[in-house]
Design a protein around this ligand. Structure first.
Ligand SMILES: [Zn+2]
Ligand SMILES: [Zn+2]
Length: 377
C-alpha cells in the first residue's frame, strides 16, 4: 500500500468538501490549474509542484470509481482498520495504483498544449492522438491550351469532409463542449492487469477528452459529412498529362482534431488537333507546297495565341524543322519555350493539263541528275 497516496488530502488540495459534486470539483480544478499552471508562473518554481498536486487530485476525484476507492482506503486508514488489509497481495497492493497515477499525471502534464488549452475549456489532445485524414484523389480534365497556359478552375470532389455547420467539433453551434466525465478530460483511462497498468483511450469520448453537450444537428456529432465540395485549383502553366498536383489539407477530414489529408489532383490533358508538346516546346507539322519548298516563301503559321509569319528558305525539304522563338510553353519564371514547326512538302494529287505540261518541260530541261544514282553504285 502506498501511504503517500492516502496521506494526501485531495479534497483539501482542490479546496472542496468531500461531498462535493463533480461539477464543483471540475470548477475548482480549472480555477486552480489556471492559476498555478507553470506557463502562467514562469518565475515561481513551486507552481509546478502545486500544479502537479492539483492535477493528481483531480485525476483521482474526477473518476467516480477511483474517487470511491480513494475514499474507502482513507476511511479504513483513518479508522485504523487498514492493518488487516496490507501486503502487496491486496487489491491495492504492488504499487500499481501509484503507477496508475504517475501515468495519469504524465498524461495530464504531457498532454497539455499550454495554458491556452486550459483556458479554452479543456479540449486537450488525447493519448490516442489526433489522426490525419486520408488522402483523396480527383481527376481534372483539361484542354491542351489550358494545360499549356495554366488555369484556375474549380473541381467538384465527392466524399467525407469536415461538417460545414460545426466545423468538425461535433457540437451544435453556440453550445458548449465539456470535459469528458469519464476520463476527466485526459482522454485516457487506466486499466490494471496484475502489477501493471495500462493507459488506454477513454471509451466514453474516444480519446478526445471532450463531451459534446448538444450534438450538431447536421452531422449528429460526428463532425464530418459526405457532400460535394467545390475546390479551387490553380494549375501552373505547362502541366503534363498524368501529373499529380497535391493540394494540402483538401483531402479527408482528420479525427480527434488531426489535420485533414491532401487532395491529389491528377491531370488528364486532351490532345490538340495541331500542336504537340516536347518539354517546354510546342511542335506542329505544317504543310507547304512543293513550289514554296523549292522557291522559298514566307508562310503564316498558327500559334496558341494568334499566328506568326515564318520564312521558309528556297530548297527546303520535307521534315525540316524551323524554330519560332518564344511561342512554346509560357513560364511563370524564365524564358518561354519555342514553337518547332516541321514542314511537310505536299504534292498535288491532280494536275491540270497545262500544269502537267509545264512540269514535264521543267523535267526535260532541269532534272538531268538521277537523285538515286549515288545509292545504286
Ligand atoms: Zn456538424
Ligand atoms: Zn473520456
Amino acid at each position: 500500500m502506498n501511504k503517500d497516496w492516502v496521506d494526501k488530502d485531495y479534497y483539501k488540495v482542490l479546496g472542496v468538501s468531500n461531498t462535493a459534486e463533480q461539477a464543483e470539483i471540475k470548477r475548482a480544478y480549472r480555477k486552480l490549474a489556471q492559476a498555478n499552471h507553470p506557463d502562467a508562473n514562469p518565475d515561481d518554481p513551486s507552481a509546478e509542484s502545486r500544479f502537479k498536486d492539483i492535477s493528481e487530485a483531480y485525476a483521482t476525484l474526477s473518476h467516480e470509481d477511483q474517487r470511491k476507492e480513494y475514499d474507502d482506503v482513507r476511511r479504513m486508514v483513518n479508522s485504523g482498520t487498514f492493518g488487516g488489509f496490507g501486503g502487496s497481495a491486496g487489491p491495492y497492493g504492488g504499487g500499481s495504483q501509484q503507477r496508475v497515477r504517475v501515468e495519469d499525471l504524465g498524461d495530464l502534464l504531457g498532454g497539455f498544449g499550454g495554458l491556452g488549452d486550459l483556458l479554452g475549456g479543456g479540449t486537450r489532445r488525447a493519448r490516442a492522438g489526433p489522426q490525419r485524414g486520408a488522402d483523396t484523389q480527383a481527376t481534372l480534365h483539361m484542354s491542351f491550351e489550358d494545360a499549356i497556359k495554366g488555369i484556375t478552375t474549380t473541381i467538384a470532389v465527392d466524399g467525407e469532409t469536415t461538417c460545414h455547420l460545426c466545423h468538425g467539433s461535433g457540437a451544435e453551434p453556440g453550445t458548449k463542449i465539456d470535459l469528458c466525465q469519464s476520463c476527466g478530460g485526459s482522454g485516457t483511462t487506466a486499466q490494471n492487469q496484475g502489477f501493471f497498468s495500462f493507459a488506454q483511450p477513454c471509451r466514453q469520448c474516444q480519446g478526445t477528452g471532450r463531451m459534446v453537450v448538444q450534438p450538431c444537428s447536421n452531422c449528429r456529432g460526428r463532425g464530418t459529412e459526405v457532400r460535394t465540395r467545390k475546390i479551387n485549383v490553380k494549375i501552373p502553366p505547362g502541366v503534363k498529362d498524368g501529373s499529380t498536383i497535391r493540394l494540402k489539407g483538401k483531402g479527408g477530414p482528420g479525427s480527434a482534431g488531426g489535420p485533414a489529408g491532401d487532395l491529389l489532383v491528377r491531370t488528364k490533358v486532351d490532345n490538340h488537333r495541331l500542336f504537340g508538346k516536347r518539354g517546354d516546346h510546342l511542335t506542329a507539322t505544317i504543310p507547304i507546297t512543293f513550289t514554296e519548298a523549292a522557291l522559298g516563301a514566307e508562310i503564316t503559321v498558327p500559334t496558341l495565341d494568334g499566328s506568326v509569319r515564318l520564312k521558309v528558305p528556297a530548297g527546303t525539304t520535307t521534315g525540316q524543322t524551323f524554330r519560332v522563338r518564344g511561342k512554346g510553353v509560357p513560364k511563370t519564371k524564365g524564358k518561354p519555350g519555342d514553337l518547332l514547326v516541321t514542314v511537310e512538302v505536299t504534292v498535288p494529287k491532280k494536275l491540270s493539263r497545262e500544269a502537267k505540261k509545264l512540269l514535264e518541260q521543267y523535267r526535260e530541261e532541269f532534272e538531268t541528275d538521277d537523285p538515286r544514282a549515288r545509292l545504286l553504285t
